[in-house]
Design a protein around this ligand. Structure first.
Ligand code: TNX
Length: 488
């Protein structure tokens, strides 16, 4: 009994100390702090068996930023930075896990593959930002959930490659791995489709009032995905059908039903573009055979330029007797194009394939067949809602109190079909990078932690977050300074 008490006391002590010393977000699964430290300014050697030029360069840059005497070594050394991939570790570390061991002479990262080494580096980046004199420690880490995501609506207001790359860098630092782009909506069409050029020559010229217009060329989209994939981020393109489609209907009026009864003409009439914020008033004409030619073309072109495994069909906020049949047809088209279909929760109303992933946003649809699902519950994860109650220029229809850090950090439902979380920023009122930043950060860091870490601890998170201010500033993030955090 006495010895048990001692063990509890000792481990409790280590735990408290680790939580104070290791201010990493998301908090790693296992941390042990040892005595001693490793001064990065003395770093001498860098050895790795990595073959990937991008990653080798990331590690080199990290090392060179602290020490001017780092030599690239072709064999193991007794000191320095050592990054090793060992595929035998796959059973214990899985796809994204890593081990990080810091001793007075060595910094060692071990992983089963590239993603793990990249995440080891992110933990190291954070630790080094707090103190160049690194504490000796052992970290063994891997994510709880596979889907750790951010969604940006670039349809209402366009955000281009430059901002999206910055966003990808910032996501990567917090080990987020899914970027969903809402590419089309009533106010604008944002991706080049070669077979239907007016979608962009006309449909990309507009935006919600005050928002930015424009589009991604296919080459830009491909380049962006490559940039993301180097940082272990998969981009998920969403073409929202059959609703939220006015920009396409205005660009190709022949897609409409006779008399355009698929559009609420009191809201807008083709060929004029739409700049308002109403939803649920336009849909594809599901009786028009041209609609199916259009949809199939778009899906095939999108599948051909999409590097990741997923295609998102939207599917939200629409009523039509042919809707369930339409969704099942699109589900099939996406699978035949070699991708996994995703849709907003409404798609789960009808029959869908078991491969389809549902994205829950208002929690009104029963996931009756037990499809995998992503949690984007609007009360907790709609970051177009204010950081606080009545924040000017924000939506509040789902949560009148705004979405505080505490609201984001709530316990997730325990359900084996839940694959993760995606926080969404809709851009009816978010038109500048500065505002976008302040809606995303630091709330997205809280999403990173609840999806990565087994142990949830809001107080610890808030404590650690305070120390991240210099890091966020270094990345030029215009983050929201929540009052409850003591920013350093
Ligand atoms: C609902 S969530 C929408 C979007 C709006 C958003 C505003 C979802 C699938 N549809 O079209 O932009 O609310 O918060």
């Amino acid at each position: 009994m006495k010895s048990l008490a001692i063990i509890l006391f000792v481990s409790g002590c280590t735990f408290a100390r680790a939580r104070e010393v290791i201010k990493v977000i998301p908090y790693p699964q296992h941390v042990k702090v040892d005595s001693g430290s490793n001064d990065l300014t003395n770093l001498s050697f860098f050895y790795t068996n990595l073959k990937d030029d991008f990653l080798i360069n990331e590690f080199k840059q990290f090392a060179d930023a602290f020490s001017s005497k780092v030599k690239f070594s072709h064999e193991l050394q007794h000191s320095g930075l050592e990054v090793i991939i060992d595929s035998l570790l796959i059973d214990s570390l899985k796809e994204e896990g890593y081990l990080l061991k810091i001793t007075p002479r060595k910094i060692r990262i071990l992983a089963a593959n590239k993603a793990g080494t990249f995440y080891g580096l992110q933990s190291l980046n954070q630790l080094a930002s707090f103190n160049k004199n690194l504490p000796c420690l052992s970290i063994s880490d891997q994510p709880k959930l596979e889907w750790r995501g951010s969604m940006i609506d670039i349809a209402r207001s366009f955000f281009g490659v430059e901002y999206l790359k910055k966003h990808i860098d910032r996501m990567a630092l917090y080990k987020l791995n899914r970027l969903h782009l809402h590419l089309t909506d009533d106010q604008g069409w944002r991706i080049e489709i070669k077979g239907w050029p007016r979608l962009t020559s006309q449909g990309s010229k507009s935006a919600v009032e005050g928002g930015g217009s424009g589009y991604l060329t296919q080459n830009e989209f491909i380049e962006l995905q490559e940039y993301a994939s180097q940082r272990n981020i998969v981009i998920i393109p969403e073409i929202d059908i059959p609703g939220h489609i006015y920009a396409a209907l205005a660009s190709y009026p022949e897609l409409n039903c006779p008399e355009m009864e698929n559009i609420d003409l009191s809201i807008q009439q083709p060929p004029a573009m739409y700049t308002g914020t109403k939803v649920g008033w336009s849909k594809l004409c599901l009786e028009n055979p041209q609609t199916y030619v259009f949809v199939e073309d778009i899906i095939n072109e999108m599948a051909a330029i999409t590097q990741g495994s997923y295609l998102h069909m939207g599917g939200d906020e629409i009523a039509d007797p042919l809707y369930p049949e339409f969704v099942l047809g699109v589900d099939t088209l996406i699978r035949n194009a070699g991708k996994i279909p995703i849709g907003w929760e409404e798609v789960l109303q009808g029959e869908v394939s078991p491969q389809l992933i549902g994205q829950v946003w208002h929690g009104k649809v029963d996931n009756k067949a037990g499809n995998k699902w992503i949690n984007s519950a609007c009360q907790n994860f709609y970051f177009d809602h204010g950081n606080y109650k009545d924040q000017p220029g924000t939506n509040n229809w789902c949560n009148k109190n705004g979405i505080s850090l505490q609201e984001v950090y709530k316990q997730l439902p325990s359900d084996p079909d839940l694959i993760g979380v995606e926080a969404a920023v809709w851009t009816e009122f978010i038109h500048t990078e500065k505002r976008m930043d302040s809606m995303l950060w630091p709330r997205l860091a809280a999403v990173a932690e609840i999806t990565w870490s087994e142990k949830h601890d809001l107080q610890g998170f808030s404590f650690r977050m305070g120390f991240h201010a210099p890091l966020l500033e270094q990345m030029s993030i215009n983050f929201h300074r929540f009052e409850e955090i003591k920013w350093k």
